[in-house]
Design a protein around this ligand. Structure first.
Ligand code: 5GP
Length: 191
């Protein structure tokens, strides 16, 4: 690694524009707890974890290793927040599942539920495909701005305030997914 790139990485991890909400240690401890619960809830069941790209990638990687079951994984990519602002509820499938989910116990793994519109629509689509059950695991829950959808999060990592957060898979214009913590961006104009 060049001196230049290691300097950039250190600068981002200690960027004063980020106010750390949850450290990597706190995240690891919480995911361990979720893993124990999910392992108990799905004993004897055929579980498929469906990660919603790209934001869930890190949560998915950590969560699956905390679940002590014989499971499989798949991924979907859907469009949301097209202009970097609010969700419209219109969902376009950019990448679909690789395998059918009929008869399977599906757990959708998401980075954050904000308005819940994207997820509600995605869950409807998956329900129409005949899964035995569908549950939702979201690393973060931002309940405050939620437009009243019937969305129920079965497994939540942390509840966060109604502020824009980055890190641990969550981005701002494609960046900061690699931050090992969750942070509130103090001045979004300075990113
Ligand atoms: P929803 O349909 O629930 O409003 O939109 C959820 C999606 O919006 C998430 O998957 C995520 O991509 C994006 N999003 C919502 N809130 C935040 C946030 O605070 N930070 C980041 N980085 N993305 C967010």
């Amino acid at each position: 690694m060049s001196t230049q790139s290691s300097k950039i990485a250190m600068t981002e991890f200690t960027n004063p524009n980020f106010e750390v909400l949850y450290t990597s240690e706190e995240i690891a401890a919480r995911i361990k707890e979720l893993g124990v619960r999910i392992t108990a809830d799905y004993a004897e069941k055929e579980l498929v974890l469906v990660g919603v790209l790209k934001g869930s990638c890190i949560f998915m990687a950590d969560l699956m290793r905390a679940i002590d079951l014989n499971l499989t994984i798949d991924f979907m990519a859907v469009s949301s927040y097209k202009d970097g602002t609010r969700s419209t509820g219109d969902v376009e499938i950019l990448k679909d599942l690789s395998n059918p989910i009929r008869g399977k116990h599906v757990m959708v793994v998401e980075d954050i539920v904000d308005t819940g519109l994207t997820l509600s629509r995605l869950l409807e689509i998956l329900e129409s495909r005949g899964a035995a059950s569908i549950r939702l695991a979201s690393f973060l829950d931002k309940p405050e701005p939620r437009i009243k959808t019937e969305l129920k999060i079965d497994y939540t990592g942390f509840v966060v305030p109604n502020k824009f957060v980055v890190g641990y898979g969550l981005d701002a214009a494609g960046r900061y997914r690699n931050l090992p913590f969750i942070a509130v961006v103090k001045n979004p104009d300075e990113l």
